[in-house]
Design a protein around this ligand. Sequence first.
Ligand SMILES: NC(=O)C1=CN([C@@H]2O[C@H](COP(=O)(O)OP(=O)(O)OC[C@H]3O[C@@H](n4cnc5c(N)ncnc54)[C@H](OP(=O)(O)O)[C@@H]3O)[C@@H](O)[C@H]2O)C=CC1
Ligand SMILES: O=C(O)C1=N[C@H](C(=O)O)C[C@H](O)C1
Length: 245
Amino acid sequence: MIKVGVLGARGRMGGEVCRAVEGADDLELAAAVDEGDALDALTAADVVVDFTHPGVVMDNLQWCVKNGLHAVVGTTGFDASRLDTVRSWLTDAPGNVIIAPNFGVGAVLMMHFAQKAAPFFESVEIVETHHPNKADAPSGTAHRTAELIAAARAEAGVAPSPDATTSGLHGARGSDVDGVHVHAVRLAGAVAHQEVLLGGHGEIFTMRHDSMNRASFMPGVLLAVREVAGRPDRLTLGIESLLGL
Ligand SMILES: NC(=O)C1=CN([C@@H]2O[C@H](COP(=O)(O)OP(=O)(O)OC[C@H]3O[C@@H](n4cnc5c(N)ncnc54)[C@H](OP(=O)(O)O)[C@@H]3O)[C@@H](O)[C@H]2O)C=CC1
Ligand SMILES: O=C(O)C1=N[C@H](C(=O)O)C[C@H](O)C1
């Protein structure tokens, strides 16, 4: 039985994780912690799952690492500098960490296929749509997709996407992540959606993924909870390797 602690337990994702853990025969919900609660209850767990906020996740994760707990992190906001900091914490601590911007299997496949397809097209842009309560923009998934696409295009020697824009309203072309334009829509009724638009010679290839509800992330979260202790690397980014991609 793996004992699981949840940080952000009263949130949209944290609540869903608590329900998923309680519904799994091989997992036990050992602690459910939210803002204002003492973290000490989490020492009853083997693995802590964090779905909180980009502004607090580093402190939470440092506490978990210091207390020798394995951690599965879905909270967004991890840039290269944050990841280096996490690696430095892990050098003399026993726990492993998995950080993934998206635990949805379809979303992970979309990122994987987008990376493969991007070098074959002249133009690429990303449009992500989320519920209006989301704190960060663009989404962690869109940011990571853009980084993967940019790296694949750079490795293949592909020129930047053509764009003759010389004037326009600020923000009209979205944000620029490593040369890939990312557009963030916030829309009532939406959950989490992303399109990768690839344009070439007389053809447009659109890849789209929709998370219809937060249960869609749970198979990936539970997979990470079950595998984190046995990972060969102290820090695993994304669940691609857990899915054999
Ligand atoms: N990787 C993935 O697959 C997914 C990632 N996410 C990401 O997960 C994060 C959370 O999303 P979501 O669940 O929608 O957000 P919510 O705002 O619904 O939930 C966050 C919860 O964390 C609580 N919280 C805030 N600070 C702390 C703290 N210091 N310690 C413990 N709990 C705290 C909040 O409390 P309060 O409201 O009182 O501040 C809230 O209950 C976001 O970064 C989001 O982008 C979301 C979906 C999927
Ligand atoms: O805040 C959300 O809802 C989501 N956040 C993650 C992100 O920023 O990519 C994952 C998913 O898109 C849902």
